[in-house]
Design a protein around this ligand. Structure first.
Ligand SMILES: [Zn+2]
Length: 348
């Protein structure tokens, strides 16, 4: 990621934005990682962390994810990383974030989900971050199987009144078929939670179809595999299912290379412009900003470099607000604020 001084400002830099696909434990910057490891008696340098944050395929990424999350042991560790993330979001004028929490990982490590969640939520709600609104998505990893997913869904339902809005699964997309998670998704939906699902990242278009038809996903994480299936794109448009785009993530994990069947891919190969051209509902996000050396401003800059017009970039930022799991009035207010700021900045 370019430093602040090197970086060109994106046209949406000063506008009040939303970010909807963002993993808390993927946001641990190297300096915070050093601090976190030191709390648990492990001496690390920034360079050592950076060396770990470097991989060329999805398996390597999952290994790094396991390693960094092994230092998340107490509610106070979660508070520390939430503070860093909230500061970073406000610096980018992100006013609303739906933050994904790896509750499946917490359960596997026998942690107190409620205590961790309260530490995260109370930190994000504290005075320094009053200009940032947050909501939470509880996530289970596919490779942990159906029972773990059900346990995560139960926790999401239990803590819904405290700010959990959605349930989803991520992790290794090829580990188990969608159908094995149907009961967990049904449980979450019947309890009033919204539904997200990572699919079509390293899996094919069928994986996206299953996420929608079998699990009831309202938003699909990544979903780049649909670029090969015009019929499925039409179906997504009709059903108003949202595709959450994370450009840098798809390059770093090798997901885009896998979908295109070649190794030399760049941001210019990302299907985002094609999706926007088809009126598909899309958002732009970072996924795991620290692990992929990016942030939301950098993702918008990449989108601009793909040749998208100013109007399309503004549409993308508006789409990233419209797809939020917020009450209609709250969304309308965020959109009005965004349009007002765009007008004041002379962009419309
Ligand atoms: Zn993700």
């Amino acid at each position: 990621m370019p430093t602040e001084t090197q970086r060109q400002p994106t046209i949406v830099a000063t506008l009040p934005k939303a970010e909807l696909h963002l993993h808390l434990d993927g946001s641990i910057r190297p300096d915070t990682a050093v601090q976190l490891a030191a709390r648990h008696g492990t001496k690390l340098t920034r360079e050592e962390v950076l060396a770990r944050y470097n991989y060329s395929n999805f398996a390597g990424f999952i290994e790094t994810f396991k390693w960094i999350t092994s230092f998340l042991r107490t509610p106070d560790d979660y508070a520390l990383i939430t503070r860093s993330l909230a500061e970073e979001l406000l610096l980018q004028n992100v006013v609303y974030a739906e933050i994904t929490l790896s509750v499946g990982v917490m359960l596997r490590r026998m942690q107190n989900v409620e205590a961790n969640f309260e530490a995260i939520r109370d930190t994000a709600n504290s005075v320094p971050f009053r200009n940032l609104r947050t909501a939470y998505i509880f996530d289970s990893a596919r490779q942990f199987g159906a029972d773990s997913a059900m346990e995560v869904a139960r926790w999401a339902a239990k803590l819904q009144s405290k700010g959990v809005i959605a349930f989803g699964i991520g992790g290794d997309e090829l580990a188990h078929p969608a159908v094995s998670f149907r009961a967990a998704f049904d449980y979450a939906r019947q309890d009033g939670l919204r539904i997200v699902c990572h699919a079509g990242e390293v899996g094919g278009a069928d994986s996206v179809r299953d996420a929608i038809e079998v699990l009831g996903a309202e938003r699909v994480g990544h979903g780049i595999a649909v670029m090969h299936d015009p019929g499925l794109i039409e179906s997504l448009i009709t059903r108003r299912v949202v595709i959450e785009n994370c450009i840098t993530s798809n390059l770093c994990t090798g997901a885009l290379a896998k979908q295109l069947g070649r190794s030399n891919v760049s941001a210019k190969d990302h299907p985002l412009p094609k999706f926007l051209g088809k009126e598909l509902l899309v958002t732009l996000s970072t996924d795991d900003p620290a692990l992929f050396h990016t942030d939301l401003l950098n993702e918008y800059l990449l989108a601009e470099e793909l040749g998208l017009s100013r109007k399309k970039i503004l549409d993308l930022a508006e789409g990233s607000i419209s797809a939020a799991f917020l009450p209609a009035n709250d969304k309308r207010q965020l959109l009005e604020n965004f349009r007002g700021a765009a007008k004041a900045a002379g962009l419309v």
